[in-house]
Structure formats: C-alpha cells, structure tokens
Ligand binder design. Structure first.
Ligand SMILES: [Zn+2]
Length: 423
C-alpha cells in the first residue's frame, strides 16, 4: 500500500486524474534448485519440477505448478524463498535472515532436520547478505550455487565463495565478498541475479526475464556460451509461472479508485501484451529490451476521465492513465494495443503526431497517416509494438497534448478534433 499523495498537475483540460493512493504487489523471489534427475524452479508461492539433462529446458512434469505449501515448511517461506542449495544428501532453503536444512533425495519434500529454521548468523558471513550491499533492500541472499568443491552465494551486487562439505557453514574463501562484476556479464545482472543453477558442465544464471548459460568448472567465471543472454520463454514453462518469473507487472501500482475487476483485466492485458512482444519481429532486440525493463519497473496506473481519451502517458516516465469507460468496451486486442503503446512511451519511445484529414480547416498536414502505411507515425516504435498484439495497428490516434502527455484518443476522434474541443 502506498499512502504518499501523488498528484499529476493540471493538464489544459486534458489531464484530470487526481489520485492519492496506490496498491502494489510485492517483488517476487525466484529460485532454481538442482536436484539430481530433477530441477526445481520456485517463483513466489509456486514451484515447478522439471525433468531435464545438463542442457536444454527439459519437460515440466505433469501437475505443476504446485503451491509451495506442499513442502510442509509451515510459515517458513510461505510467500516464497530467496535461494536453495543442493548439497549432497542435504538441501538448504533460504528465506530472509533464516534458513532450513532438509534431508531428501532427488524428489519430494524430504524431512526438515531438527532444530531448523536457524538464523543466517550461523554461516559466519559477517555483514554479507545482512546489510553490506547498497542494492539490497532486506536481509537475505538472492541465489545459492553448488559448484562442486565450492559454494557461491549471491546478494545484491556482491557474492562470496565458500569451501565446505555437504553440511555445515564451511569457510568463506579469502578476499570475499567480491563485486558481481567479476563474472564479466556486462549489463546482465548488474544489480544482482535472481537465481543460479548448477547443471553439470554448465551453470545457468537468471536475471529478470533473461538468463545466461556458462561453461565453467568448480571455480571462476568460465565462458558465456554464444547466443546468450536469452529470454526465459525458451524454457517453455506454463504461462502463469513464466510471467511470475519475468516479474511482468509485479512492480506495477494501481490507483485505489480502479476496481478489482478492472485491475485484474488491466494486469492480464498488460501481461498478454508483454508475452506477445517477447519474440515479435516488429521490434528490434534493443526496443524489446527497453520495453521488457519497463514492464518490470514500478509503473503507476491511474485514471483519466477525459472524454476524448482512451489512455495517456508521458514519454520516459512511469505512469499510464486509462479511461476505462472508453477503452475497455473496445475489446481485448484494442486494450492490449493501447497498453503496449503506452508502455513504449514509458520506455522512452515516441512518435510524431498522427496527421489526419483536416476536417476543421485548422491548417494543412500531409501525408495523412493510415495504419500499415509504414510512414513516420506508423513506423515509430510505439506503433510497431501494436503489430505484435494481433498483427495490425489501431486506427485510434495518438498525439502530444498541451500538457506534454501523449494522448491516445478514443475511436473516431482525430487530434485536430481533440484540440478543437479541449479549450
Ligand atoms: Zn502515442
């Protein structure tokens, strides 16, 4: 819940949304766990079990995702765990400043060893994973990696390497913590990774909706395999689980004036739009990347009651305003087209005003822009993103309004008409 009063300024008769409170969902913890013949992935309170070899996505076992409560941990990790470590006959699970040790085989929950949960203090890491990283919001680790004779733990932009056996804390190797930049991943995971997976001769690292496959031994950064990072859609996970993992919308905020039903449809349409864009050839890889990070940012969804508007957004900012009464009756494709268009504005992309027929004799513009013409307006990134939804472009116009926001108009309204009636 956000109680901070957020007000968007007056908008020359166009912007009329005044909102004072938002609700958001928490950021979702993610985990990858090597477990012999199985690999487990956790996202929030859900998990899947996958049958696979050292490489490739393998196959999600039937009946998954399942609820994390299946593991029988009680309140520990009820909303998700931060990391898991395969360690011979033991598996360790980490959540906040606590962890549990479990005796188990390749499959099943096994048995929590007596005396657990215990505090992370037992591991003797000092300030690491407690308060030692500028990018860390709360105590805990992001990822744990079994790597043969070594174990690695990641927290924010730091990591440590530990020499240990199957049980016990072992010893942090000299010179650690180090900065995650040592791994040489460039922009990938610069602020931290979400999960790490030991997988024989390969190690996988996950960050947002991207992952790396690395060829390495027990120690050292190894070499990133050609063609990586890739999008996690490659793994073929069930849609809801993949969206959870990609954190699509998990940082979105919604004006408390938006009803639960409308909020659910808005989020579903946003996630659908994102899923369509992931491999859409209408956008370049760089454009898809910018949009992907916008979908993981805090984006504030507000209300506009401007009668001419379907939606609006400022270029490069973090708000999307929706006129639900106008946009929602236009149907699922139009909603998704409008939302992805506005998200492209949030991602920093823009377009010239659409040139429409001069119905009010307010001055000439030419050529008139029409969907699919490939002109300056319809070939711009926000308009090309629309093609990803249903293969075509909306005929609803967008233009830069007097207050600086890009205003997507309702069906049949031209920028010229919107201007002529807005003053
Ligand atoms: Zn626009």
């Amino acid at each position: 819940m956000w109680n901070t009063a957020i007000r968007w300024g007056p908008g020359s008769g166009l912007a009329d949304a005044t909102v004072s409170a938002f609700t958001k969902g928490a950021t979702v913890p993610k985990v990858a766990l090597y477990s012999g013949s199985k690999t487990y992935f956790f996202c929030g309170d859900q998990y899947i079990r996958v049958t696979r070899g050292e490489t490739g996505p393998g196959t999600v076992d039937p009946g998954y995702p399942k609820d994390i409560s299946v593991w029988g941990w009680g309140s520990f990790g009820a909303n998700g765990i931060d990391a898991a470590l395969h360690s011979g006959p033991k598996t360790y699970f980490f959540c906040g400043d606590q962890y549990i040790r479990v005796t188990r085989g390749d499959v099943g929950p096994g048995t929590v060893d007596p005396g657990y949960p215990q505090s992370l203090d037992v591991w003797g890491w000092g300030t690491f994973a407690r308060n030692g990283s500028a990018t860390l919001n709360s105590p805990g680790i992001d990822a744990a990696l079994n790597s043969g004779s070594k174990d690695y733990f990641f927290s924010g932009d730091e990591y440590i390497r530990v020499t240990r056996g199957d049980t016990g804390a072992g010893t942090v190797d000299a010179g650690y913590p180090k900065n995650i930049s040592v791994w040489g991943w460039g922009g990938f995971g610069a602020d931290g990774i979400d999960a790490a997976l030991h997988s024989g001769s390969k190690t996988y690292f996950f960050s947002g909706d991207q992952y790396l496959r690395v060829t390495r031994g027990d120690t050292g950064p190894g070499t990133i395999d050609p063609g990586y990072p890739k999008n996690i859609s490659v793994w073929g996970w069930p849609t809801a689980f993949r969206d959870c993992w990609a954190q699509v919308g998990s940082n979105f905020h919604f004006d408390n004036g938006i009803s639960a039903d409308r909020r659910a449809r808005l989020l579903e349409r946003q996630r659908f739009a994102f899923s369509q864009v992931g491999s859409c050839g209408s956008l370049s890889a760089a454009e898809r990347g910018s949009l992907s990070s916008a979908y993981r940012r805090p984006i504030w969804h507000g209300i506009t009651i401007n009668a001419n508007a379907n939606a609006s957004a400022f270029v490069g900012q973090n708000q999307v305003f929706v006129n639900f009464a106008n946009l929602f009756p236009d149907g699922d494709d139009e909603i998704a087209q409008s939302l992805v268009h506005e998200m492209m504005h949030c991602a920093g992309f823009t377009h010239p005003d659409r040139c429409d027929q001069d119905e009010f004799n307010l001055g000439a513009c030419s050529p008139v822009d029409v969907p699919g013409d490939g002109g300056d307006y319809y070939d711009s990134p926000p308009l090309r993103a629309e093609i990803c939804i249903a293969g075509n472009q909306s005929d609803e116009a967008c233009f830069r309004a007097a207050d600086g926001r890009n205003l997507l108009l309702r069906s049949g309204v031209s920028p010229r008409r919107a201007r002529s009636v807005s003053v």
